[in-house]
Design a protein around this ligand. Sequence first.
Ligand code: PRP
Length: 217
Amino acid sequence: MNKDMRYITFALGKGRLAKKTLELLEEIGITCEEMKDKDTRKLIFVNEELKLKFFLAKGPDVPTYVEYGAADIGVVGKDTLLEEGRRAYEVLDLGFGKCRMCVCGPESAGELLKHHEMIRVASKYPRIAKDYFYNKKHQTVDIIKLNGSVELGPMVGLSDVIVDIVETGSTLKENGLVVLEEICPLSARMIVNQVSMKMEADRIKDLIKKLKEQIAK
Ligand code: PRP
């Protein structure tokens, strides 16, 4: 390994996605022992041998680090990419973290959607909700931003429907809500800074190739 080689930095969305990403990287021989220490308060982890750095960030911040080049590579959910709208190349669908972005609500709200009525939509993803209702459905709606437990919206009378992630569907079911419309499928994606893609083309392309082969197995 060339000692003058620069580090390639990965920003990983904290939580399940990071865990899955590290497992996948390990399968292609990229490990980061430092990161496995559960008690560590460290924020940045280094693999000196492969000249790689890793850090964990809040999901919505991952595309920001990548756009500005503070990270060369990021792994984050497609929902976050759509919502943040940052500049970066989306190079790979990692195939895990699969779920759907949906319009959900009580069964009765189906009628409101059909008739293009002015409705209230609660969501953690106002940009995705706006794009869907305004640009795809041509329906004028009132979008209310929430930060979590979005299912509460129609249950407490804040909104008619929600735009939210549905994975197993159990949160909806337990709260008497249903999927009314599907907006798009989601999964974990790898993104690359646009300059890094040129400057480190060989190393990054090789990594993408190895990951693709591993995912296809
Ligand atoms: C997500 C999403 C739904 C739930 C869907 O919430 O917003 O509430 O998971 O999963 P399910 O279909 O398997 O039930 P998360 O747990 O991330 O918490 P949040 O409500 O605070 O956003």
